[in-house]
Design a binder for this molecule. Structure first.
Ligand code: C2O
Ligand code: CU
Length: 507
């Protein structure tokens, strides 16, 4: 066997080995696509919608006939969707009934630092809030110091002003050093913001608007989730530790928690709101008919809302945490036909994502107008108060290998960047291997990629930028709204846990 220390002395490979499930995998395109439940507010007080979410363990049927123990929001995976309206604040009270502390972050949310889910602002599990238990939970959290000094609650209220453009956000766990296994075990859900601008466009709506949360997972012989750091036996197996360092890949593709599902649709335009909630897997999506025709993926929105106008793609790369708002027109596909959503980066079973079965022709009142949004920020290079450089590279960390930003692993006690509220900045980013770079609080525009103009999929306002191996890019943003301590990090969740995160202080 390979000791962890020996494994750690090796440089992490660029891509992880794919974990292999020990169960027979179900056939593709048989499981119906589930749609995440929409959470109802428990109260509306003074124009604020108040929600409650209990985080608890649940055994969930992911593979047909098999129960998978998971960590969940409200007993479901993905967690229930919060449907919010622009300008109408939302409060979510999270109660932690899991065996470990948790942190909730609304990815892409514009909110105060207190509600942003800083990795040490814990929601403690019930009955385990004494210092001894804390020390036990946190012994392996470097830089944490005295555990009693950490901000902790049994429940925690997260407040979101919703003073931002309509778009699809997602909430997920963000505990320091343990984000990747917590998301892998199920702690992720959608949070959609709507507004009148968007509703006036005539986009496909109702059951013709589909949220698609794409994840990969691997299962042990009993149907439990395989994950290297949860299983010492697995962790020590040759190759697996390296795979953990690179980012964990599963051999089962799930959409909304179902393996390679199928969804019946009318032969009309559909709006597909796609989130890659995988820990480390990149996809390049294409929609292919059974006779091999590729349907256009008409992009109408990015991470942070509608584009100025639609952008048409033949295929579309999507990195962990990125979202794309797409319209696909099934009207050219005969009833009884099928369109597969495929992953050009996959091989074998991971080449497939899901399928749409075309049930019947139908009237289509929807449209995709040439102008989608007029409220995109127009920051230009001369607006920038300063330019900063950040490298995202492998390096030494705590005596082994880790992932570093600007040569340093994450330290909650160190401020990496201080900026002023309202300043516009340009950030130049460079990567060794594939790193999806995410900034909390703000959206940004891509100014350049690889020394050239941004690519078609860089359009609009984003909060996560997929930096490809060896690539550099420039982004421009403005730090608005709130002062305090925020984060930026790699959203390969294993890279994030192994140091690739930094503090951003807005003063
Ligand atoms: Cu979705 Cu700090 O992340
Ligand atoms: Cu990374």
């Amino acid at each position: 066997g390979l000791s962890t220390a020996a494994a750690l002395s090796r440089r992490p490979p660029a891509t992880g080995a794919q974990l292999r499930s020990a169960l027979p995998l179900p056939p593709a395109f048989r499981t119906p696509l589930p749609l995440p439940a929409v959470l109802k507010p428990v109260a509306t007080v003074g124009g604020v919608d108040r929600y409650e979410v209990t985080q608890r363990e649940a055994a969930i049927e992911i593979l047909p006939g098999v129960r998978t123990p998971m960590w969940t929001y409200e007993g479901v995976f993905p967690g229930p969707t919060i449907e919010a309206r622009r300008g109408r604040p939302v409060t979510v009270t999270h109660r932690n009934e899991l065996p470990v502390p948790t942190v909730v972050h609304l990815h892409g949310g514009h909110t105060t630092a207190a509600s942003d889910g800083y990795p040490t602002d814990l929601v403690l599990p019930e009955g385990r809030h004494d210092a001894t238990h804390m020390a036990h939970h946190m012994h392996d959290m470097p830089g944490m110091g005295d555990p009693r000094a950490v901000v902790t609650r049994l429940t925690r209220d997260y407040t979101f002003p919703m003073d931002q453009r309509s778009t699809m956000l997602w909430y997920h766990d963000h505990r320091m050093d343990f984000t990747a296994p917590a998301i892998w075990r199920g702690l992720a859900g959608l949070h959609i913001i709507r507004d009148e601008e968007e509703e006036g466009l005539g986009l496909p709506a109702g059951d013709r608007e589909l949220p698609l949360v794409i994840t990969d997972r691997a299962f042990d012989g009993e149907g439990g989730l395989l994950y290297p750091s949860l299983d010492p036996g697995l962790r020590e197996r040759p190759g697996v530790r390296e795979s953990y360092l690179a980012g964990v890949l599963g051999d089962v593709i799930l959409v909304n928690g179902a393996p390679w599902p199928v969804h019946e649709v009318d032969a009309v335009r559909h709006r597909l709101r796609v989130l890659n909630a995988s820990n480390a897997r990149h996809y390049e999506l294409e929609a292919v008919t059974d006779d091999g025709r590729r349907l256009d993926l008409v992009q109408i929105g990015a991470d942070q809302g509608l584009l100025a106008g639609p952008v048409t793609h033949r295929s579309l790369p999507i990195a962990p945490a990125e979202r794309y708002d797409l319209v696909v027109d099934f009207s050219g596909v005969p009833a009884g036909g099928r369109v597969r959503l495929r992953n050009r980066l996959g091989s074998g079973r991971t080449r497939e994502v899901m399928a749409f079965r075309i049930a019947r022709t139908a009237a289509d009142p929807s449209r995709v107008p040439p102008v989608l949004s007029r409220d995109l920020p127009s920051w230009q290079r001369p607006d920038a108060a300063r330019v900063r450089d950040f490298s995202f590279r492998a390096g030494r960390m705590h005596g082994g290998h880790g992932w570093l930003i600007g040569g340093l692993p994450f330290d909650p006690a160190r401020t990496d960047v201080t900026t002023r509220l309202g300043d516009v900045e340009i950030w130049r980013l460079i990567a060794d291997v594939h790193h999806p770079v995410h900034l909390h609080l703000v959206g940004f525009r891509v100014l350049s990629r690889g020394g050239r103009a941004p690519r078609p999929h860089d359009a609009g306002l984003k909060d996560t930028l997929s930096l490809r191996p060896g690539e550099s890019a420039e982004i421009i943003t403005r730090f608005t709204g709130y002062r305090g301590r925020y984060l930026f990090h790699c959203h390969n969740a294993e890279h994030e846990d192994m140091g690739m995160m930094a503090n951003l202080e807005i003063i």
